[in-house]
Design a protein. Structure first.
Length: 253
């Protein structure tokens, strides 16, 4: 008999046999055939449906709703894929916005901010920069960059921080797009983004030399807070950004 066993399908899809049994029991994914002994056998269309199930599950849809969506006779596979693509793009956009907010908050913690509580919440959400002030000062306090940053940012308004956040978000998106396209981290197109990032820091916070910039790039990989944020946008993005910064430093020098 043609088709795949439940064990084979579980291995293909990275789910448990028990999960497939459950999907069958609730009518979400029932195998097209069974052996004479009653064992499940899955066909290629069954695997296509399982892929759709797993896509929707990853997007947070409950199983009951997934069943309703997939059983709609007026929606074909291509429509499902287009819908899932749009939902994933929206999730990426939300994650990118979150990365920008957290990065801005970390910079603020490192240098101090002069926003009211209401303005801080609007810019940073529930993140509290002051909770990290002691750590920030222990790491950077006393350095010329620290002093320059505190002096410059002490007068920044909510609008300033929002501009910083928007600009940082554009840089993250530029890196992400190049990374997704497979452009090498040391290519001129990518190092140009790294240079824009260095200029962004110099414009808003302190004079960021190539040496300092390389140190920041290493921190983006080594410090789990930065790494986690970049990896949330795309797996491997933190290393890609670090490598582009290092490559750019060679060009700037």
């Amino acid at each position: 008999m043609a088709g795949y066993s439940v064990g084979q399908v579980a291995a293909f899809a990275g789910v448990t046999v028990r999960t497939l049994h459950h999907y069958d029991e609730i009518g979400l994914l029932s195998p097209s055939e069974r052996t004479a002994a009653g064992y499940r056998r899955y066909s290629e269309p069954d695997l296509d449906r399982l892929q759709q199930v797993l896509f929707y599950r990853e997007l947070g849809f409950p199983l009951e709703e997934i069943t309703t969506i997939l059983d709609d006779p007026g929606v074909d596979a291509a429509t499902h894929l287009r819908r899932q693509h749009e939902l994933l793009r929206r999730r990426i956009a939300r994650l990118e916005a979150l990365v920008v907010s957290v990065e801005t908050a970390l910079e603020a913690a490192r240098m101090g901010v002069s926003l009211t509580p209401e303005e801080r919440y609007e810019v940073f959400g529930e993140f509290r920069p002051e909770d990290h002030a002691a750590e920030a000062e222990s790491r950077w306090g006393g350095s010329p960059a620290w002093a320059e940053s505190r002096r410059r940012t002490s007068s920044y308004t909510k609008a300033d921080w929002q501009a910083i956040s928007a600009e940082a978000g554009e840089l993250v998106e530029a890196w992400r797009s190049l990374f997704a396209r497979g452009v090498a981290a040391d290519s001129p197109e990518v190092t140009a983004v790294a240079e824009r990032h260095r200029e962004h820091i110099s414009r808003w916070f302190y004079s960021c030399t190539s040496e300092i910039h390389v140190g920041l790039g290493e921190m983006y990989v080594a410090d789990e807070r930065f790494a986690r944020n970049y990896e949330g946008v795309a797996e491997g993005l933190s290393v890609y950004i670090r490598d582009s910064i290092v490559a750019n430093a060679g060009v700037v020098r």
